[in-house]
Structures are given as C-alpha cells and as structure tokens.
Write a protein that binds this ligand. Structure first.
Ligand code: NI
Length: 203
C-alpha cells in the first residue's frame, strides 16, 4: 500500500489533467469577431477616399493539429456588413462580405502547457455581395471585386478544462478590391485588423 502513494502521485504529475493541443487534436473556437478596416482608396470624385465602418459578427475557427506545435486552421464567420462613405458625399453604399481564411500555424509551448500562444500565416479569400447604393448612388449598381491576399495572425489559447479553453486572436488581412459604380471605378484597399475573442472546444 505504501508504494501506491508515490506511484499515483508520480502519475498525477506526469499525466496532468490539462492537455492543450496535441498532435491529432481537432478543435473549434467560437466568439465575437470584429473587422476593423485600415482602408485607403482612390479619391472619389474629389470628395475624399472611401471609408468603411467597423463590424462585429460571430466568428468560427476549425483547427487540426498536425503535430504538438504545427496546426492548420480555417476561419469562417457570419457575413460582415460595412457602411461605405466619403467625406464629401456621406454614406454612398453598404457592402457585405465573407472572408474565409486558411492559415498554417505554429503553437509555442508543449502539448501539456496551459498557455499556448501562436502565430500564423496564410491566405484570405474575400467575397463581396449584397452591395447596395445609398445617397448619391441610391438605386444604382455597386459592385466590389473578390480579393485574394495574405493574412497573418497572433493568438493565445488558455486551457480551462481538458476540453475547454479561452482564446483571443488578432489578424491582419490584405484585402484589395475594385469598387465599380455608375460614377466611376475606384481601387480600394480594405486591409483590416480582425480581433476575435471567445471560447474553444477540443474534440
Ligand atoms: Ni492591401
């Protein structure tokens, strides 16, 4: 009997309750994702550059761990809608987009570390739809081209239980488009920061 105590103690120390992100793990994160454009564009009819409002939606990431440290991830979300304006014209459009993004990621620490900071790089595809003219462009056709671009991210997962963790992540995406309107075609860089905060679950 006396020998069982140190053995069980040793087992407890070497197989901790918390096991965060190991090879073969598949996990999801869900939370609030805010898209904050860092836009710049052609000057629209001498009324200023196109400006886009921020928008917050539900974000979802799916991640598979190839090793204890390397993962690949897909970002999905409910559609983001932004108001588009210029200083001189005020609001001229509303645009909606989905920015699915595929990332390769490196997670620092060990599979049993409670804190797993990570970095990632990958490819963003953004598709625009439901573009609608307002004000000067009311009732006219507005179209934004889809965009392929690079994305980078940093994030942190903190294990709460064996299956659940909390997450915060920060992205920068290169999203460039062409805005076609009845008054002209304008190049625009949206290049947003995306901040996501939420919970994760490991299957
Ligand atoms: Ni850009």
């Amino acid at each position: 009997m006396k020998k069982l105590v140190p053995i069980s103690l040793m087992l407890a120390l070497t197989s901790p309750f918390v096991a965060a992100h190991e090879e073969g793990d598949f996990f999801v994160r869900g939370g609030l994702a805010s898209v904050m454009p860092n836009e710049s564009s052609d000057n629209v009819l001498n009324t200023g550059e196109l400006e886009l409002s921020d928008n917050t939606q539900l974000g979802l990431t799916l991640t598979y761990m190839l090793t204890d440290n390397w993962g690949m991830e897909l970002l999905a979300a409910t559609p983001f809608t932004h108001n588009v304006r210029t200083d001189g014209l005020g609001k001229i459009a509303e645009v909606t987009h989905l920015p699915p993004t595929f990332m390769g990621q490196y997670y620092f620490g060990e599979s049993d570390s409670q804190y797993r900071p990570y970095v990632g790089a990958g490819l963003n595809y953004t598709t625009f739809f439901e573009e609608e003219g307002f004000g000067t462009l009311d009732g006219t056709n507005v179209e934004l081209d889809d965009s392929f671009g690079l994305a980078v991210q940093v994030g942190l997962d903190v294990e709460v239980t064996e299956d659940w963790f909390v997450n915060a992540s920060f992205w920068y995406m290169d999203i460039d488009t062409e805005v076609e309107t009845t008054v002209g075609t304008f190049d625009a860089e949206i290049d947003p920061y995306v901040v996501m905060v939420g919970m994760g679950y490991t299957f």
